[in-house]
Design a protein. Structure first.
Lengths: 307, 222, 114
């Protein structure tokens, strides 16, 4: 066991994993986190806690992760490279491990231009690949990035992101290979709507033997409305939403759109589950956490395995 | 070249408001090449400031002079006999100019007339783009001749990130994703393997992060 | 053609409108001209190929500069016509004179007087 986390145990045992997501509030209110936690408790194996997602300032991910632990859930502590240099990162990694956090997800982070503090200086001292490497070395070699030895090192289960829909497409699977070589233990993909494209990428990953070396959790996000679908298609970087999804949502009455969105999501989960190399689902029901139990139920993912 | 752009006219008008005699100092170096601070631009700025002053019924005497460069003491020295006639100087050289002037002529109020932006080159007449961030440890040969520090919005050494779409950067459709260019070039050259090794974290000590920098040629320095 | 047009216009002849630069237009305004216009050949018919296109860009630059300084950009204008179009030239001159009258004396002249 690398970290001993529940997510690690479930994946290592060969069970189909289910992770959720929780965005911390844009203020200092712990209740906001606790409320979201209640919807996800017992329904998912671990919960991603985003780190100033889309460069919008929110309660720090380690703090919200700690609150989740207090509520009896396991967090996937996300860390982006945009806001912290390698000193702050290592410091936060040690601190969060000391507080009981065991899974970390290493990301680049959206450029601050997208967020609510576009005038800030960005950091990007190291990139996500280097961060993965750094976290692995801390765990395996008990050393900090500068070489210093740690008597008690943080020993995380390391996650990273993959976007099969970004360009250049041919390079994406090589990037995945690179992340695995750097030390990624599990991968969560950007939310999938274009099944064909995802299958193509997955086939490449299978052919290269990458799915034997890393656990891939396929990302899924239920659409609340056709407005949301269009927004994601046009305004979110790295997103691929085929017209047929838009079509299905426009094809029903406005009141029925959310139900149709859930239906599409469940179908996607069932499809993805059948694909070779998919070790689980990462369900990002952003600001819609209350529907996660129903989606998990309809997709046949409940009850969650006990390890 | 160092690429700069003239400050908004009204910013400069405000800067010179308290003065009656102002000298505009241009530079025949980089700012001439990027059409921001050469002889022509000195003339245009001088005329514009006089128009602005006349409009308010004020009189403004504007001197015009363009130096070879404003980053060498011998050229800065050339205005020593005339600078005393002016109350203020608007230097439209890059950021180095106003600083060299201010240090050499502490009695005169020196103002920057341009905003210095980046080290870059021309894509076409009238269009300049950033190419170098001055990191002090050039590695463009590892990336097919492209610089990911200057041209990647996140300065990734192991890019691209997930926001690269259609060869463009997520921050702006008009900005090329340099990692797309790097991958394409190395693929064409059959050298994609070069990108499969994880590039280690950069040492920023040679960049501005390490503090203000100096370069000395021992064989030339006294 | 001996066409009549207002006499309060000073004509400066240049071999090509592309010879006119930003500084010439600004100096005219600086010296108190109420209006300045550049008359160049029809687009596509410039003897030097792109001189008149450059002139138009420069006129636009000066318009922007004047606007920033709080002076009406309409005081500067670009026209295209063929050198054979005598009546059109007279028409343009009349148009600019009317425009100058409507805009009133240049703010520079007013302040000077004050």
């Amino acid at each position: 066991m690398k970290s001993g986390s529940k997510l690690e145990k479930i994946l290592t045992a060969g069970e189909f994993a289910l992770t959720g997501e929780c965005g911390p509030p844009r203020n200092a209110d712990p209740e906001a986190v606790r409320k979201k936690a209640q919807h996800l408790k017992g329904v998912v194996d671990a919960v991603n806690v985003t780190d100033n997602q889309t460069a919008v300032v929110r309660m720090s991910s380690w703090a919200a992760s700690l609150i989740l632990i207090q509520e009896g859930l396991e967090p996937n502590y996300q860390m982006v490279c945009r806001d912290r240099n390698r000193l702050a990162m290592q410091s936060d990694l040690m601190g969060s491990y000391a507080l009981g956090i065991r899974n970390v997800v290493c990301l680049s982070g959206d450029h601050q231009k997208f967020g609510d503090h576009p005038e800030a200086k960005n950091v990007y001292d190291i990139d996500s690949m280097q961060l993965i490497s750094m976290v692995k070395i801390m765990r395996e070699e008990k050393r900090m990035n500068g070489g210093q030895e740690m008597e008690i090192p943080p020993r995380f289960f390391i996650g990273a992101a993959a976007n099969p829909f970004a360009d250049p497409f041919e390079f994406r699977v090589h990037r995945l290979a690179k992340k695995i070589a750097a030390g990624a233990d599990f991968i969560q993909t950007q939310c999938i709507y274009n099944m064909a494209k995802f299958q193509k990428w997955l086939n490449q990953a299978n052919d290269m033997g990458l799915t034997e070396k890393v656990y891939i959790l396929a990302g899924v996000t239920p659409m609340k409305s056709v407005g949301m679908a269009k927004y994601m298609k046009n305004l979110v970087p790295g997103m691929d939403v085929p017209d047929e999804i838009i079509g299905r949502l426009t094809g029903v009455e406005k009141k029925q759109q959310s139900a149709e969105g859930i239906k599409i999501c469940v179908e996607q989960i069932q499809q993805l589950r059948e694909m070779k190399g998919v070790a689980g689902i990462h369900l990002m029901a952003i600001e819609w956490e209350e529907r996660v139990p129903e989606i998990a139920e309809m997709a046949g993912l409940l009850p969650r395995p006990q390890v | 070249m160092i690429v700069a752009e003239r400050k908004p006219l009204n910013d400069i008008v405000k800067m010179v408001e308290p003065y009656r005699k102002v000298l505009i100092l241009g530079c025949k170096g980089c700012v001439t090449v990027c059409n921001a601070g050469g002889v022509k631009e000195v003339g245009i700025l001088a005329s514009a400031l006089k128009i602005a002053a006349k409009k308010e019924g004020k009189e403004l005497i504007v001197g015009e002079r363009t130096l070879e460069r404003q980053c060498d003491p011998e050229y800065i020295e050339q205005v020593k006999d005339v600078i005393g006639e002016y109350e203020a100087v608007v230097s439209i050289a890059c950021g180095v100019g106003p600083q060299f002037l201010a240090e050499r002529y502490p009695e005169t109020d020196i103002f920057p007339g341009v905003n210095t932006e980046f080290m870059g080159g021309a894509l076409a007449h009238g269009v300049w783009t950033e190419r170098c961030a001055g990191c002090g440890a050039c590695l463009v040969h590892n990336f097919g001749g492209y610089c990911p520090i200057a041209r990647c919005s996140k300065s990734l050494l192991n890019g691209p990130c997930g926001g690269s779409a259609d060869g463009k950067c997520e921050i702006d459709k008009n900005v090329d994703c340099v990692w797309h260019l790097i991958v394409e070039k190395l693929t064409r050259q059959g050298k994609l393997d070069n990108l499969l090794q994880v590039q280690p974290p950069k040492s920023w000590t040679t960049a501005r992060d390490g503090g203000p920098r100096k370069v000395i040629r021992e064989d030339l320095a006294q | 053609m001996r066409l009549q047009y207002p006499s309060n216009v000073k004509i400066i002849q240049v071999p090509c409108s592309g010879r006119v630069d930003i500084i010439h237009l600004l100096r005219a305004v600086e010296d108190g001209a109420d209006a300045v216009f550049v008359a160049g050949c029809l687009e596509g018919e410039c003897h030097y190929l792109t001189g008149n296109l450059k002139a138009r860009k420069r006129v636009n630059y000066v318009k922007k500069t004047l606007e920033e300084l709080g002076i009406e950009p309409e005081r500067v204008e670009m026209f295209n016509l063929s050198s054979g179009e005598g009546p059109r030239f007279a028409e343009i001159v009349r148009e600019m004179v009317v425009r100058a009258k409507e805009l009133g004396p240049s703010p520079i002249r007013i302040s000077k007087a004050a």
